[in-house]
Design a protein around this ligand. Structure first.
Ligand code: ATP
Ligand code: MG
Length: 314
């Protein structure tokens, strides 16, 4: 990236006032009172409502709601998130799911409100240490996984085969280093599924916009991607976004987090993620989510530079 300012982690939000009256009414019924204040929350990509709602009487609830008309995939993601969060142990640093419903094209989820903020950008070391410690605790609490789920390895081996996708691009799509090393990259990528194996329920989408800090407590939000695997995978996947958003370089983050995994396993997962970011960044934007490709491209460049440094390949 030539610009030093990272692309925004922002989608196109729907505000409370813009929801169909029937959906507003159903949400108010679930909250148990009329909504007197709404604050659309920054951070995140879902093309729907993500707002702190205050009911008459002062109770706050965080509500996410999407319609399949804007993006056909998002209602399913919200349903999956509801399933996952409902199954997490109460000690997990995750806002509790209060209710969820489907009405027509819409899916809505209500969560315990966290009155806090997303981490500062550029990242500050104290907040990063807080998040790393929170993630370690989260992983301890979610080992063994509390739910049956697809594994992270399966996702890496099926949906995320970025280098395979990039290989099929007509020539000119790749930088020189990747072109020279494509066979080795494909080989590393193919090892990512085994390398990521573990027994922990991973968040699998840890980034500043999916973390909330309230005083010195950290919460992890936005769970539709949760999959089973080894804890280091969450840190490796988090690291490029931290560097992109003004924090330490990925290798320094792994050191800060005292990540313990074999170098080969880490390299395989980094390769898989680099391929994912770079391949998905070249795809057309998903409906209703125009900003996500620039966000992926910026992380792809950082992940690729990280892999070059670690492999030492010329
Ligand atoms: N329980 C909560 N209380 C207060 N604010 C929250 C809560 N959960 C999330 N937020 C805020 O709302 C933003 C969006 O929430 P979330 O990350 O769950 O949705 P999203 O990223 O838009 O969804 P998706 O990943 O499904 O596209 C977060 O970045 C955070 O700032
Ligand atoms: Mg989010």
């Amino acid at each position: 990236m030539s610009s030093s300012k990272p692309p925004p982690a922002e989608g196109v939000r729907v505000h409370w006032e813009q929801l169909p009256p029937s959906i507003r009414g159903a949400i108010e019924e679930h909250i148990g009172g009329r909504v007197v204040r709404s604050r659309t929350q920054p951070g995140g990509f879902s093309p729907g409502l993500a707002a702190l709602l205050t009911a008459a009487g002062g109770r706050n609830v965080f509500v996410k709601a999407v319609s399949g008309r804007v993006n056909p995939d998002t209602p399913g993601m919200h349903r999956r998130e509801a399933e996952v969060v409902a199954a997490l142990p109460p000690e997990a640093p995750v806002p509790r799911l209060l209710w969820s419903f489907t009405l027509g094209d819409w899916v809505a989820l209500g969560f315990e409100a966290v009155i806090g903020r997303v981490p500062s950008q550029p990242w500050r070391d104290d907040e990063l240490h807080l998040v790393i410690a929170g993630l370690r605790r989260l992983h301890e609490l979610l080992t063994p996984t509390p739910i049956a789920s697809e594994t992270a390895g399966h996702v890496l081996a099926t949906h995320i085969k970025g280098w395979g996708e990039l290989q099929k691009l007509s020539t000119g799509g790749l930088d020189d280093w990747s072109t020279r090393n494509l066979d080795r990259l494909l080989d590393l990528e193919s090892r990512a599924a085994d390398a990521s194996a573990g027994e922990t329920l991973l968040h699998f989408d840890v980034r500043a916009d999916n973390v909330l800090i309230a005083r010195d407590k950290v919460y992890f939000v936005d769970w539709p991607w949760a999959r089973i695997g080894a804890p280091f995978v969450d840190l490796v996947a988090f690291a490029p976004s931290v560097a992109m958003q003004g924090g330490p370089q990925p290798e320094d983050l792994l050191r800060m987090a005292a990540v313990k995994a074999e170098d080969g396993a880490i390299d395989a997962v980094i390769a898989s993620l680099a391929g994912y970011f770079l391949a998905y960044a070249r795809r057309p934007a998903p409906p209703g989510i125009p900003t996500v490709r620039a966000f992926q491209a910026a992380q792809g460049a950082i992940t690729l530079a990280w892999l070059k440094e670690r492999t030492g390949w010329s």
